[in-house]
Design a protein around this ligand. Structure first.
Ligand SMILES: [Zn+2]
Length: 320
């Protein structure tokens, strides 16, 4: 273990996807919530599978502390936040959830049992349940899970995949929206999800695309690096390699349109914060971000399902 000035113990790892050790230095990225304090984290790129990963990374036993920040947006509902940004985020999330449901129903053909891993405050499950799906959720964050159970009356268990009952191949669809990039043992999670799925069931995985247009434009300010909460960043190739190792068959690669705009705006904001831009400078960055976001959105739509997919998010659909 290596001690750093930010006092989180760091541990070295092999590539979390292919377990190779041959990786090239890629970027150094600070924790966006602690720009002035602590050492930046190091990202490396695996020469074998193209995964970008944090190495060294905080010990898993202390990883929970990095989520304890009030501005951590996945949990704004539970925080009772009422600011304009929080409201906008909530509206956009609702739109996104409608779109996700329609996509799932298109590929599954019928309604059935659905499990959402890392369901947060549960708005996606709420959307699915209202449309006639039998839903379950699992969420590691105590406050978010409590909100899903108490405010939305959803069957959500607090914990990780191990908190679920024995893998009985009973789900028609399992979703993991922006979850796998946080997991220290992604293979273990994929095996567990496979065992929970019916034969022919769908696994839907969405992760930020490390090969995206916005990742290339914003470099170390790309919001989706989100170190050290995200411990790995998939390219289409790395994700496909991992899924095929577990016998999944690819159905589709899609973009999540709003993520392109969200990533560009948040990345521009982070860049302005780090460089201490003037008001005019901030405005210019914002205008540029609008352009980058639209370009990323369009690039995602045009390159969907291709080997060189450059959309902001890798929304992938796999069949067991
Ligand atoms: Zn690798």
């Amino acid at each position: 273990m290596i001690e750093t000035s930010s006092s989180a113990p760091l541990v070295r790892t092999t590539c979390p996807v292919c377990h190779d050790t041959d990786a090239a230095p890629f970027l150094t990225v600070p924790d966006r919530f602690k720009l002035q304090a602590g050492e930046p984290y190091h990202l490396v790129r695996c020469r074998k599978c193209s995964l970008i990963y944090l190495n060294p990374r905080p010990d898993e036993s202390v990883s929970g502390r990095f989520y304890e920040h009030e501005a951590y947006t996945p949990f704004v509902s539970a925080a009772g936040e009422a600011g304009a940004t929080a409201r906008l985020y909530t509206h956009l999330r609702t739109l996104n959830n409608h779109w996700k449901r329609r996509l799932i129903e298109k590929y599954s053909g019928r309604k059935g049992r659905l499990l959402d891993i890392g369901c947060g405050t549960g708005e996606f499950l709420h959307e699915m349940q209202a449309a006639g799906w039998q839903v379950r959720g699992v969420e590691r964050d105590a406050r978010a899970a409590a909100y899903a159970v108490e405010a939305l009356r959803l069957p959500v268990i607090r914990g990780d995949l191990d908190a679920l009952p024995s893998p009985d191949e009973s789900f028609d669809v399992i979703t993991a929206w922006h979850v796998i990039e946080h997991l220290y043992e992604p293979h273990r999670a994929i095996v567990r999800m496979r065992d929970l799925l019916k034969k022919g069931g769908l696994l839907i995985i969405a992760v930020p695309n490390a090969a995206s247009l916005d990742a290339r434009v914003y470099g170390q300010n790309w919001i989706a690096y989100d170190t050290p909460r995200h411990v790995q960043h998939f390219t289409p190739r790395a994700l496909r390699m991992m899924m095929e190792m577990h016998g999944f068959e690819k159905r589709s690669i899609r973009s999540l349109h709003l993520d392109a705009l969200f990533n560009a705006l948040m990345s521009a904001q982070l860049g302005a914060q780090r460089s201490g831009s003037s008001t005019a400078g901030k405005l210019l960055r914002l205008v540029q971000a609008g352009g980058v976001g639209l370009a990323a959105l369009l690039a995602g739509v045009l390159s969907a399902d291709m080997r060189n997919y450059v959309g902001s998010t890798l929304l992938t659909i796999w069949r067991k």
